[in-house]
Design a binder for this molecule. Structure first.
Ligand SMILES: [Zn+2]
Length: 271
């Protein structure tokens, strides 16, 4: 998202306060309160992933969330969806969640909602996301930005092809994945030096010559209290994930790592 873009109409205040707990991963949030239970599986799901979607629709939040929800379902996760940030104030619900996956570009978060999210992660809930859905959400909340470990400030040059370099080849999230390129937005971010950087990209200096050669984190992980946070700056829309297998694998592994569910051995390479 360009930093000067007009605020989208679909802000949190204009969304309903209800939470949507639904049984499928259709692009649009449903309105009922059913909790997912896969009929074809004998055992009840033991892990829960909370999907939180909203904000600027150009990033296709629910389409992208659905992609990863399908993979999580295959691994036996119960899926809960919410199109309201009020879900972050539901302490009881969050206590049952292993990982929250958020795609909510810009928008606003209240102090109470941000406090609830930070408290849940500090207590052990994982948090994962990509691009603007996690890294350009809630510009009004430095508390939230502190939690994520970085904040989008620009994507110089718009859509263009660039290289992504794997920095941690022995990490379970990036193990076995080689450097790759993608044609998408290259995020320039302000990054917390305390995060554990997994992958980077280098800027060419177009259209800003003074950033030529700047190596920027693309994917990172961090701990926050008892919780884990994973972020990847790539993933402008669903097409990015569909045409770029390494990107999709890194984000899925990051989600699983945040959930405390990524094997530390090479067997995790099947993700
Ligand atoms: Zn974008």
């Amino acid at each position: 998202m360009p930093p000067n873009r007009t605020r989208p109409p679909n802000t949190n205040k204009q969304l309903s306060n209800r939470q949507s707990l639904v049984s499928n991963v259709a692009p649009k949030p449903a309105t009922d309160m059913r909790i997912f239970s896969r009929k074809t599986r004998a055992a009840a799901p033991t892990r829960t992933a909370l999907l939180v979607g909203g904000g600027w629709p150009g990033h296709q939040p629910w389409e992208c969330l659905a992609l990863f929800a399908a993979s999580l379902e295959q691994r036996g996760y119960r899926i809960i969806r919410s199109d309201s940030l009020d879900v972050y104030t539901d302490r009881s619900l969050l206590s049952q969640v292993q990982v929250a996956v958020q795609s909510w570009t810009m928008g606003e978060i209240t102090r109470q909602q941000a406090d609830g999210l930070v408290r849940a992660v500090e207590g052990g809930m994982g948090l994962a996301g990509w691009h603007g859905g996690l890294g350009d959400a809630f510009r009004n909340s430095t508390r939230y930005q502190f939690l994520i470990g970085g904040q989008f400030v620009a994507h110089p040059g718009g859509i263009r092809r660039y290289e992504i370099h794997i920095e941690k080849t022995d990490d379970p999230i990036t193990r076995g994945i080689s450097d790759f390129s993608i044609r998408s937005e290259q995020y320039y971010m302000h990054v917390d030096p305390g995060v554990d950087v997994l992958a980077t990209t280098v800027f060419t200096g177009k259209p800003y010559p003074w950033i030529a050669g700047c190596r920027m984190p693309v994917a990172w992980k961090r701990t926050w209290g008892k919780g884990r946070v994973f972020y990847c700056s790539v993933g402008h829309n669903l097409a990015d994930f569909k045409r770029c297998d390494p990107l999709r694998r890194i984000v899925l592994r990051g989600i699983l790592w945040a959930a405390g569910d990524l094997p530390p051995t090479p067997s995790g390479e099947n993700h």
